[in-house]
Design a binder for this molecule. Structure first.
Ligand code: NDP
Length: 292
């Protein structure tokens, strides 16, 4: 039976480390890291997520602010707010909650954020930095997955990592991170032929698809480490729903050496890594200020 990788516990430890780092920075410089989240519209899931970010940022000692904008806000107004945040020295991290309404272009908005305040790691400059191995900001979910993999003790060098999903926010940055860890990386997607056979060759299997239970136990190599990024809400009968991943946990756990559950695996790591990125942004800004 696989070891259960406890993302909830690891995320709590990471948040404690960040809080200690925030205190050290404050004691040395009087600076508190500032994180500002911009949310557009009333999407209930985004509202919950943004509230959690704010709560955890404050608990770690950050200055946390949220700009709530109506769903019909003109793109130009949103860009003007980002310009103001870019110019504000007390703001070290800026995050625009996705998805954005249809009349706003995601790429224009993301690329308006100062890359050194882009704590989501979505700016083209940070994507480029990750791709060529420069220090920058790495998207929080794959960063959290890598942290869990390292803490699980899975050998990475030379391992075959199969990542199912090629999104810009999970699959592609996960591939770049694992390549940098000397894995041999394969990225699979909806057009991949014989996905089951490919997955059976994976020492590290990362599922980031959004299809409940797509990966069953017989797709998992004996002794593999499985990271399940998927968050899917399914009908649990009697008018209730429950969260499941992309991997069928029960059958995969029979073969894997270690596996993340859903919930309680990758999910909690995302906000913890966001806080870690924001502390890093504040330290880097402080470093630049002391040099000038
Ligand atoms: P996207 O929808 O952007 O990407 C999904 C990827 O899965 C695509 O590359 C798609 O292929 C591929 N795919 C779809 N169907 C299949 C299939 N049948 N076989 C193989 N590949 C398939 O999703 P995201 O990357 O944004 O998110 C993936 C999952 O992770 C979701 O469940 C999401 O909720 C969750 N998530 C969790 C986070 C967290 O834990 N904090 C954060 C972000 C996401 P193609 O490119 O060919 O269409």
């Amino acid at each position: 039976m696989a070891e259960r990788i406890d993302g909830k516990a690891r995320a709590a430890m990471l948040r404690e480390d960040v809080a200690a780092g925030v205190q050290t920075l404050f004691d040395a410089t009087g600076v508190r890291p500032g994180l500002t989240v911009v949310i557009i519209g009333e999407d209930p899931a985004s509202q919950v997520y943004v509230r959690n970010k704010g709560r955890m940022a404050e608990a770690a000692g950050f200055v946390s602010n949220t700009h709530r904008l109506p769903a019909d806000v003109p793109e130009a107004d949103l860009l003007a707010i980002i310009d103001d945040l870019n110019a504000d020295d007390s703001v070290h991290g800026i995050l625009v909650q996705l998805p954005l309404p249809d009349h706003i272009d995601d790429r224009t908005v993301i690329n308006r954020i100062d890359p050194d305040k882009d704590v989501d790691g979505f700016h083209t400059v940070n994507v480029g930095r990750l791709s060529i191995g420069l220090d920058g900001f790495v998207p929080c979910t794959p960063l959290g997955c890598l942290d869990l993999l390292k803490h699980s003790g899975a050998p990475l060098t030379g391992a075959h990592a199969v990542i199912v999903g090629r999104s810009n926010i999970v699959g592609k940055p996960m591939a770049a991170l694992l390549l940098a860890e000397h894995c041999t990386v394969t990225i699979a997607h909806s057009r991949t032929r014989d996905l089951a056979a490919l997955c059976r060759t994976a020492d590290i299997l990362v599922a980031a698809v959004g299809r409940p239970g797509l990966i069953s136990g017989d797709w998992v190599k004996e002794g593999a480490t499985v990271i399940d990024v998927g968050i899917n809400r399914i009908d649990a009968g009697e008018g209730k729903t429950r969260l499941v991943g992309d991997v069928d946990f029960e059958s995969a756990a029979q073969r894997a050496a270690a596996i993340t559950p859903v919930p309680g695996g990758v999910g909690p790591m995302t906000i913890a890594c966001l806080l870690s990125n924001t502390l890093k942004a504040a330290k880097r800004a402080r470093g630049r200020a002391s040099q000038s």
